[in-house]
Design a protein around this ligand. Structure first.
Ligand SMILES: Cc1cc2nc3c(=O)[nH]c(=O)nc-3n(C[C@H](O)[C@H](O)[C@H](O)COP(=O)(O)OP(=O)(O)OC[C@H]3O[C@@H](n4cnc5c(N)ncnc54)[C@H](O)[C@@H]3O)c2cc1C
Length: 507
């Protein structure tokens, strides 16, 4: 494919939902979705808990969901954005249901709403404990029926191309690796939408799959886009502890909403010392309380205790969690489940406005790779699938109305693009990646005030990576992903440093 009106990078909820909306609105446009692995390999596929939407207008209200989101975000949310997202939620939910996504109901046909940390009401719509897989499956099925969308699997985007016109940078195309034909290629486009998800793989312990290497942040930052709030990486308090596991299996927050307790080695609950909401405090508070307990006890983990719960009901709600536990010999009805906080969600990202526009013309960002102002310092549980839907809608609305004013840029001819691409190959990157993950995990756990050593090591890793590129004269998937991870790690450390300096000077 040499050109397309719209290029979407990434095939999680944000990219796929946007594609469906714009394809239906504008059947005359050509739309390509490039995704670096198989289409369903994404954070979305793994989502368990569900989507936070106000559907019960007797006990719940938009105002309560707004207040919970603002409180969780620690004073850093953009209130106008929070209101927009929460008010739009029922409409976006209806669109998901219209394409076939099913959410659990109770016997009287009313939504079976889950409760999660930081929410003052039951308001999480879910499909058992595999909400993400249910959403992803239906989005993919719908895409197949839309003839103006082409899905290109195993297409790893390296960079977007930009050009200055009328004093402003605009996005004109993208360089990508066609991993099937092992070629680096170029595509011209009127508009690019980044929906590349998060960066959890930068850390040693994470719930994010192998694809979550922060590519979109690195691509946008190289293109000159503004990146904000990357110091706010959310750690999920209850990942199942298994030695040397990557990614860690998540035990959804909904399990605590269902009544599970967090206990220490002596089988005592301890979160109440930090917050009166106990296990249902927001993720930052629960994660910090667990980390403190782990440090004091010298153990590797604490436990989730589900033994007092009605197991038949528990299994009905959490079949995949229960089944996974059983595969490693744990039975929630009689065993304590070892848990540990792990990197889970990137609250910051590519800065966008209400229409999902970045500061670069024709470059949009939606979903986890974007920073919209909804989450502040700490995302409220189950608000991220919702954010992806709302900002995919906003982008489709704006692009649908404005794309006719855009034209393709002139053809790119200056580079030779027929270089073969090597597969994920050497142990070299495996070792370097492990070092980076360990370093970043340690950095986050200790937040040392001396940022120089880690920044220097990231820089020297970058030099080594660039050196390898020149020596081998070959581009590999690992090289691209690892370079992106280094770029994002540097941004995370630098934004932590800026925040630390701000805190010192504000005394
Ligand atoms: C285990 C787990 C459970 C979760 N549970 C919930 C929940 O219950 N509720 C909730 O609201 N949120 C939940 N989240 C968070 C939520 O799932 C994600 O924030 C959301 O799915 C992100 O969607 P996305 O479309 O932005 O990105 P993703 O779904 O991560 O998709 C990113 C896509 O971009 C592609 N990509 C990346 N880089 C490139 C590149 N260079 N070239 C081409 N393609 C590329 C990837 O292959 C992938 O297809 C959970 C996350 C995890 C990991």
């Amino acid at each position: 494919m040499k050109k397309t009106d719209i290029l979407i990078i990434g095939s999680g909820i944000a990219g796929l939902f946007f594609a469906i909306k714009i394809a239906k609105k504008r059947p005359d446009l050509s739309i390509a979705i490039m995704t670096k692995d198989k289409v369903k390999n994404s954070n979305t596929q793994l989502a368990q808990g569900g989507i936070a939407v106000v559907t019960d207008c007797i006990k719940d209200s938009f105002e309560q969901h707004i207040a919970d989101t603002l409180q969780s975000g620690g004073g850093l949310c953009d209130e106008e954005i929070v209101k927009m997202v929460i008010h739009q939620a029922p409409e976006r939910l209806k669109e998901l249901i219209d394409i076939g996504v099913s959410f659990d109901k109770n016997k009287s046909g009313i939504w079976n709403l889950g409760l999660e940390g930081g929410h003052s009401q039951h308001r999480i719509l879910h499909h058992k404990d595999i909400s993400g897989a249910e959403i992803e499956k239906n989005l993919i099925e719908t895409i197949k029926q839309l003839s103006n969308i082409t899905v290109l699997e195993d297409h790893l985007v390296i960079d977007v191309d930009t050009k200055k016109s009328n004093g402003k940078m605009r996005c004109t195309g993208a360089f990508y690796c066609d991993k099937i034909n092992k070629k680096v290629k170029y595509i011209r486009t009127k508009t690019v939408v980044l929906s590349t998800g998060g960066c959890g793989q930068i850390f040693k312990n994470t719930t994010n799959p192998e694809i979550a290497t922060g590519d979109g942040i690195a691509i946008a930052s190289r293109a000159g886009a503004v990146i904000k709030d990357m110091q706010y990486i959310q750690f999920h308090p209850t990942a199942l502890y298994e030695e040397d596991k990557n990614p860690f299996f998540l035990i959804s927050e909904a399990v605590r909403g269902f009544g599970a307790h967090i206990v220490n080695e002596n089988q005592k609950r301890f979160i109440f010392k930090d917050d009166i909401r106990g296990e249902l405090a927001t993720r930052d508070i629960v994660s910090q309380a667990i980390s403190k307990e782990i440090e004091t006890s010298g153990k590797q983990y604490v436990y989730l205790d589900c033994r007092h719960l009605d197991f038949a009901e528990f299994y009905r709600h959490f079949p995949s969690i229960t089944d996974y536990c059983k595969t490693i010999g744990l039975h929630p009805e009689r065993d304590l489940i070892p848990i540990v906080p792990v990197a889970h969600y990137q609250c910051g990202g590519i800065s966008v406005n209400k229409k999902s526009q970045t500061n670069i013309k024709n470059l949009y960002a939606i979903g986890e790779c974007s920073r919209t102002g909804l989450h502040g310092k700490n995302r409220l549980a189950s608000n991220s699938l919702l954010e992806a839907l709302v900002f995919a809608h906003q982008a489709s609305d704006h692009i649908g109305r404005t794309i006719d004013d855009l034209s393709f840029s002139s053809k790119k001819s200056l580079l030779k693009f027929d270089e073969p691409l090597m597969d994920r190959d050497s142990n070299y990157f495996v070792e370097l990646k492990k070092e980076l993950q360990t370093m970043m995990t340690f950095f986050f756990a200790n937040k040392d005030s001396d940022f120089a050593p880690i920044l220097n090591r990231i820089e020297s890793m970058k030099m080594a990576t660039v050196g390898l590129l020149f020596k081998k004269q070959k581009i590999t998937t690992q090289l691209i992903e690892f370079t992106n991870m280094l770029t994002v790690a540097k941004i995370i450390v630098e934004q932590n440093k800026t925040e630390a300096l701000k805190n010192v000077t504000s005394y």
